[in-house]
Ligand binder design. Structure first.
Ligand code: SR1
Ligand code: MG
Length: 410
């Protein structure tokens, strides 16, 4: 029996032989293969194997039984199957915008996939204040196509029902229920990590605000019950690889049938983290203005382009006769916009108050500046969650950010 016929957690020294075992023709026979672990996520192990002579590479992503972020947290290794499956579906609907899956191995719980060479992890690039003018166009394309084509608006309902059964993802959804929709508000598992100087503010504005808790509870039950689209489920800027011409969206292991606005809201929130990192850390005024004007205009464009593209797909591809009834499209898109606003707020709060942080904020060294960024974002988040009806287009988001800045001072 080959040693790869029984699950074990691989280390760098195992992975080249593993690739030769699973994909014997991928690298030339006798080539000198080098392997490095490159993952920096909270859950999995990611290895890059490179042919030292030709430079050809492949990625192997293996799910561990314990999470990297915390050895006490265990989630099903079935997440690899879910990730490989959704990547194949997304590659049909948004071709080229996700890495190609060469093979999924249910024994080792590993995906062998295309290396996204020539691209950087977007969060890292944003912390270096790099500007990507085509991003809003690209990500709105991805969002509109993947969220539209997997929904009941155009899918045969029985087929969608069957597909949603294949994406039942209880362990990963439980993480989201806890970390996004519950713990930031009530700290029931005592896992929140609050920046000490912000403790009093968080106590009053988040832990003691019952109106906010009610709105978050409503959003939680939308997430639990609204099987609208096959969503990525964790679409932050660490799940995007980017260069000036192209993006890859990857790491969709949290995928399941949920509210479409969960993905759009995550993208917007994470662009706001980048925006506030730029505001607080870029010293040169001109450079700061250039970067933060781009982050804000991206937020505006993502919202507007998403609505425009989703609406155009709807007009062209709608299949369900009742979804063609006058006024239903507008109702449906408004519902996505309500979720988008709410989820943007939830993602902002959970990354500041909850256990899983974003580097955009934690790298701000100056205590006062970090405090200012966190408070601004928490205020923005609360407005989005408490009054989602007010955010109908991109410029509503811009006004929100600008008005908040005016109200609490630069
Ligand atoms: C326990 S996992 C913590 C977070 O990392 C993932 O990327 C998800 O965002 C999750 O909430
Ligand atoms: Mg991830």
């Amino acid at each position: 029996m080959d040693r790869f016929e029984k699950y074990f957690l691989m280390i760098e020294a195992d992975v080249a032989s593993y690739v030769r075992y699973k994909l014997p023709d991928f690298f030339d026979k006798g080539s000198d293969l080098l392997c490095k672990e490159i993952g920096d996520g909270n859950l999995n192990y990611v290895f890059r194997v490179r042919d030292a002579v030709s430079g050809k590479t492949i990625i192997v992503k293996q799910a561990g039984e314990e999470l990297r972020i915390s050895k006490e947290m265990h989630v099903s290794t079935d997440r690899g199957r879910i990730e490989a499956h959704i990547l194949k579906i997304q590659n049909e609907y948004a071709p080229g915008l996700v890495p190609e899956v060469y093979c999924y191995d249910p024994v080792m719980c590993a995906i062998l996939m295309e290396d996204m060479t020539g691209h950087k992890m977007m969060r890292t690039a944003l912390i270096d204040h790099e500007i990507y003018p085509k991003f809003a166009e690209q990500i709105s394309d991805f969002l509109a196509k993947t969220l539209f084509f997997t929904s009941d608006i155009c899918m045969d309902h029985k087929e969608k029902e069957r597909l949603s059964a294949e994406f039942v993802n209880p362990d990963l959804c439980e993480i989201t229920h806890d970390l996004v929709y519950t713990e930031p508000y009530i700290n029931d598992k005592n896992r929140n990590i609050v920046f000490e100087p912000n403790m009093e503010f968080v106590q009053k504005e988040i832990y003691e605000d019952e109106e906010l808790h009610l709105a978050a509870a409503r959003l939680k039950f939308d997430f639990l019950t609204d099987a609208q689209s096959l969503i990525h489920g964790d679409l932050h800027t660490g799940s995007i690889f980017i260069n000036k011409e192209h993006i890859y969206v990857f790491d969709p292991e949290f995928a399941f049938y949920g509210p479409a606005g969960y993905d759009t809201g995550n993208v917007i929130a994470n662009m706001l983290f980048a925006h506030f990192n730029g505001l607080e850390t870029i010293k040169d005024k001109e450079e700061r203005n250039e970067f933060t004007s781009w982050t804000l205009s991206s937020v505006q464009d993502i919202v507007d382009l998403f609505v425009e593209k989703f609406s155009a797909l709807y007009d062209k591809e709608v299949k369900d006769p009742m979804a063609k009834v006058k006024g239903f499209k507008e109702y449906y898109i408004k519902k996505i916009l309500l979720q988008t606003a709410g989820v943007t707020g939830l993602e902002l709060i959970r990354r500041i108050v909850g256990m899983a942080k974003v580097k955009d904020i934690t790298v701000i060294e100056d205590e006062k500046k970090r405090l200012h960024a966190e408070r601004s974002l928490l205020i923005i988040a609360k407005k989005l969650i408490l009054n989602p009806e007010a955010y109908n287009n991109g410029s509503d988001y811009i006004s929100l950010v600008n008005n908040t800045a005016k109200s609490i001072g630069e």
